[in-house]
Ligand binder design. Structure first.
Ligand code: FMN
Length: 405
């Protein structure tokens, strides 16, 4: 992700005697990766004023160069409640909910099975880990190339490469069991039977805290139509998995639909405990010689900062039509992004692509959120949730599309 491409431009493209292209000296400039995490708390243009506490520790807490907070500041920070239950409806039942110590999770496909980052990240300080997409049988994934960088993001077509659910349980279950951080297994399949069987095998496995259904998969029973773009298919797969497991169940929305709200409602009605939004946007890159699509799989999923406005819009719309918790994902690189998603109704946030450039970012965001609560005089982060949503129920954004190009 540190790639810096060299691009060559010609200063003046006008036709005329002084603008003969062959005579001009090309301008060579480097463009930096767009996925480098930014810390807007340090920017003069940042939305939040700096805190006046007599110490800079609270203002900068969580920043890479932050000084250590004083003992009194640390005690105040420790009192702030960042916990969240992602399955509150089950919380009261004998099965319990899905309680996270903080609302910053790592997104599926960008943090492996958690163990890979053990050397560089204190994984126990994450809110939760959503592991790589897991299928019933092992999958080799798509043909290469599988990733390419794009302005403000990346395209991937990994194709759910994974060793299959039994191998995941055998290899990682015993490790996850010893962890404090909850691990949510991301589940994919090509038929309802696939999803149900994976869920059934995960049910009751020590170390598995919940399931996140990746329903952006072709449904072979419906001629390859994705579960995520069809309300009835989304409802059916959610209901079937709900019957197969007592585990907390999150279902992940695809942005590749005209209106996500009926799908989100169907998922809620079918018994999901929470909704995660969003998965990647369908995209395409062209090979350098322009003779074919670049990715081996032709299509890829767009992720990174470029998709944040789409993710915000979807979270904003879904928050107005469901009452189960929403976990937001899409282009998070800073505390401002986290606060934006909370303002649009999310109760927690996942970090994905940004991890490739900055694996410690999710842990830092948790610290920064805590510091922001202290700065604002909040004893929990709850007051940040939903502040940007329409103040009256039944706003047009709960029904129609506000903007039509
Ligand atoms: C390399 C890569 C692999 C991914 N694999 C999965 C996956 O297996 N299952 C899934 O539900 N989402 C997968 N995603 C989607 C992310 O979890 C996330 O929804 C998306 O990247 C948007 O978040 P971001 O902009 O922060 O990356 C993957 C994303 C990337 C970049």
């Amino acid at each position: 992700m540190k790639a810096k491409r060299t691009i060559i431009t010609f200063g003046d493209m006008r036709v005329g005697k002084d603008s003969d292209r062959s005579k001009r000296t090309p301008t060579v400039r480097k463009i930096k990766s767009a996925i480098v995490a930014v810390d807007r708390t340090k920017s003069p243009a940042g939305a939040r004023p700096r805190v006046e506490t007599g110490s800079s520790a609270v203002a900068d807490l969580g920043a890479p160069t932050a000084p250590r907070p004083t003992l009194a500041e640390q005690a105040a920070l420790d009192r702030i409640d960042l916990s969240i239950d992602l399955a509150p409806a089950r919380g009261a039942s004998e099965h319990g909910g899905l309680i996270l110590a903080n609302p910053i999770l790592v997104a599926s496909g960008t943090f492996g099975y958690g163990v890979e980052y053990g050397e560089v990240v204190d994984v126990q300080r994450l809110g939760a880990i959503c592991c790589k997409g897991t299928t019933l049988r092992p999958r080799a994934g798509n043909a290469p190339p599988r990733v390419t960088e794009t302005p403000g993001g990346m395209l991937n077509s990994i194709g759910l490469q994974n060793p299959g659910v039994d191998a995941v349980i055998e290899k990682y279950g015993p490790i996850w069991q010893t962890w404090k951080v909850p691990v949510i297994v991301n589940v994919a399949g090509e038929s309802i039977e696939d999803y149900v069987e994976v869920a059934r095998r995960l049910d009751g496995v020590p170390g598995v805290a919940g399931i996140e259904l990746n329903i952006s998969c072709p449904n072979v029973g419906k001629g390859g139509l994705q579960f995520a773009i069809d309300r009835d298919a989304a409802r059916a797969v959610t209901a079937a998995v709900r019957r197969a497991t007592e585990l907390p169940l999150l279902v992940k929305l695809s942005p590749n639909v005209a209106d996500v709200r009926p799908i989100a409602k169907a998922i809620e009605e079918a018994g999901a405990d929470a909704i995660t939004a969003i998965n990647t946007l369908s995209g395409l890159a062209v090979s350098p010689d322009r003779t074919r699509a670049f990715l081996g799989n032709t299509y890829g999923g767009l992720s990174g900062p470029a998709i944040k406005p789409v993710a915000l819009r979807i979270v904003y719309e879904v928050a107005q039509v469901v009452s189960i918790p929403i976990v937001a994902i899409g282009g998070v690189t800073s505390l401002d992004d986290v606060l934006d998603f909370l303002a649009c109704g999310a109760v927690a946030v996942q970090v994905g692509t940004a991890i490739f450039a900055d694996p410690e970012l999710p842990v830092r965001l948790g610290d920064q959120l805590r510091a922001e609560c202290l700065r604002r005089g909040f004893d929990s982060y709850r007051p940040f949730i939903g502040t940007a949503l329409p103040k009256r129920t039944g706003a047009s954004s709960a029904k129609g599309v506000e903007y039509r190009p």
